[in-house]
Design a protein around this ligand. Sequence first.
Ligand code: 1HN
Length: 348
Amino acid sequence: MHASKLSPDAQRQRADYYERIGTGHMTPLWEVLGALVPPQPRSPALAHLWRYGELREQVLEAGRLISAEEAERRVLILENPALRGQSCITQSLYAGLQLIMPGEVAPAHRHTQSALRLVLDGEGAYTAVDGERTTMRRGDFIITPAWTWHDHGNLGDQPVVWLDGLDIPIVRFLDAGFAERSEQLSQVRLRPEGDALARYGANMVPLDYQPRPADPTRVFVYPFERTRASLVGISQGTPDAHHGFKLRYVNPATGASPMPTIGAFAQRLPAGFETKAVRSTDGTVHVCLEGGGEVRVGEQSWRFQENDVFVVPSWHALQLRADRDSVLFSFSDRPVQQALGLWREERL
Ligand code: 1HN
């Protein structure tokens, strides 16, 4: 509404009118139009960094309080400081830190929410997706697409911790959530480990495989060893001034994102490299896998090191500086925004 001086009488008339239409569950657009259609995104989310050193102690404490089986999933949710109580790290994404202790299992279930894991700490755990297990190694990017059966277990002798990313707020917004538990605690093995990667992840696909454009990939693990080799490989060339050496994970059969609702990225910043500021409409969660440096978001800045997690809300300018050779993983709702024609990036 344009600013105008109203007589007290006219103000009262309007207030009275708003109250009367309110009883009929109506409200005037002109009082809220500016907030509904802002000139640019004004995310209620805040930038924030979680230090792994602190997270680790706190998630290990959960390991002494509740078993993975009792919890179903023993996870500390990373809540955006401005969105407490909503179980989300951005408006559209959920993130959490999951712990599985030696000998434990997290029981098989499936849901319409899509999930990713980024393995952070410890060895000896596995995730099974639709009947195939994969050993979880540090830096591996593992997905459980919507409605795939999944369970986890730890066959080793160390606690294993990973970051979960899910599209829970998107599915909640759409009221499209379904879930069920399996009768099996752990899935029966249908295929040997490595089968999906061999069939779908080696620039080949089975003869009769014809994916639809929005189908998630059958490749459910992107081993860090391969990601790292690609990042090192492209580092012979010239870095992008705003992103360094950055790649996006794809469904190798279609070129689309691995899952339709979540995009994921890996980036290498050589020691001393500082990115120019960039902002985009996809609020993004970052994890430092190697190295360390400084992240600046708008006027705020944090130092980051290995396994620290930070969130950059929509349309906040981001700048990164690597003190050492660094590798960062990140994920966002970019494929959703791109499918809807909404995604924008501004290189500053
Ligand atoms: C889930 O299924 C996992 O499978 C982790 O590890 C976190 C958060 C909410 C709903 C389902 C998992 C989850 C989740």
